[in-house]
Design a protein around this ligand. Structure first.
Ligand code: PMV
Length: 329
């Protein structure tokens, strides 16, 4: 028997970075799937491979690697091993060996939640293989607990969006609301292709908060107002207002120093081509931007993003969060 855990990716529409310190953020699951396929292994080891990254590693139950293949295989795959081991210890009777294969369409390290998508799908699939169908809240808790071990102070918004799916408002470690919208907003995602570390960018904003508390507080309070107005505009389907608020949010992200020339080139290209609004999404510093478009402007905005050096990614709304399926052979 095989179990497939399937998770979406995510884009943050409003409030990234400020959400780390208690603000509200709004994010949306997108239909860029990550599949984690798990099956029992007769020996007690955990064998993990990633199709896209071309890496393989085998771990003993106590975490030693017994076989490693491909560049940086161990550092890439160890978090997956930790996730599977944690899930087995917490929810199942540990002790069995397992084979884990990851097939993901999410670019790594570009702000679309690739590591959260793998972690969330790994938790769901590992538990389901052992006969436990976890509640969404348990999947989120496990993936968020693990993320906290790896990265100082994550907000958990990636794990929450990917676990629950849809369009969510999030603050202080929990989903405040699922937004019901007349029609899901339509985004073009532009990838600068420039890798960066979310942790370093979060540290940069933390430094600003510590050194210029009053400046940070006034920017964060404006960001909070923007997120609240955006939730109302999204609920009534006022796309023009949503776009204007995205532009305002981008200006605040520039003020706290997490934008980049590459991102701004794509953002300006999108706005110039008729996007209703455009901003970076996720950690910033590189990675991806999003442009809100209506049907008419969509092709033109995508073309202009490409001409400005970006790679265009389809970012269709996903109402579904993580799911797991049993595949009998
Ligand atoms: O993982 P990324 O790059 O999509 O960014 C996550 C969003 C941040 O607000 C920058 C960090 C966090 O933990 O919320």
């Amino acid at each position: 028997m095989k179990v497939i855990g399937r998770s979406p990716a995510k884009v943050i529409l409003f409030g990234e970075h400020f959400v780390v310190n208690g603000n509200t953020a709004i994010s949306m699951a997108i239909d860029l799937p990550t599949q984690v396929i798990v099956e029992d292994l007769s020996n007690k080891s955990i064998h993990i491979s990633s199709d896209n990254l071309g890496v393989t590693a085998t771990f003993s139950r106590d975490g030693k690697t017994t076989q490693v293949l491909g560049p940086n295989a161990e550092s890439i795959l160890r978090p997956v091993f930790e996730t599977a081991s944690f899930t087995m210890r917490k929810f199942c009777s540990a002790g069995r060996g397992m084979k884990i294969r990851i097939a993901s369409s999410v670019p790594v390290g570009m702000g679309l939640g690739s590591s959260a998508a793998t972690a969330v799908a790994t938790v769901a699939a590992t538990a389901a293989l052992q006969g436990k169908h976890l509640a969404k809240d348990d999947i989120f808790d496990a993936a968020y607990t693990l993320e906290k071990l790896v990265h100082g102070r994550p907000s958990g918004i990636d794990q929450a969006t990917i676990t629950h799916g849809g369009l969510i408002m999030y603050s202080n470690g929990k989903v405040d609301d699922k937004l019901n919208v007349p029609e899901p907003p339509r985004f073009i995602i532009g990838n600068t292709g420039k890798g960066r570390s979310t942790g370093e960018l979060v540290a940069k904003v933390t430094k600003l908060r510590q050194e210029s508390g009053a400046t940070y507080a006034s920017i964060a309070s404006e960001a909070q107002e923007i997120a609240e107005k955006a939730s109302r505009a999204l609920r009534i389907g006022d796309q023009r207002a949503v776009g204007g608020l995205m532009n305002q949010n981008q200006r605040l992200l520039e003020m706290v120093g997490v934008s980049s020339p590459e991102l701004e080139a794509l953002i300006l290209a999108a706005r110039g081509a008729g996007a209703l609004g455009a901003k970076l999404t996720g950690g910033g510093g590189g990675g991806c931007m999003i442009a809100l478009v209506d049907q008419q402007a969509s092709t033109r905005v995508a073309r202009h993003i490409e001409e400005a050096g970006g790679q265009v990614i389809e970012g269709k709304f996903s109402a579904d969060g993580v799911q797991s399926f049993i595949q009998e052979e």
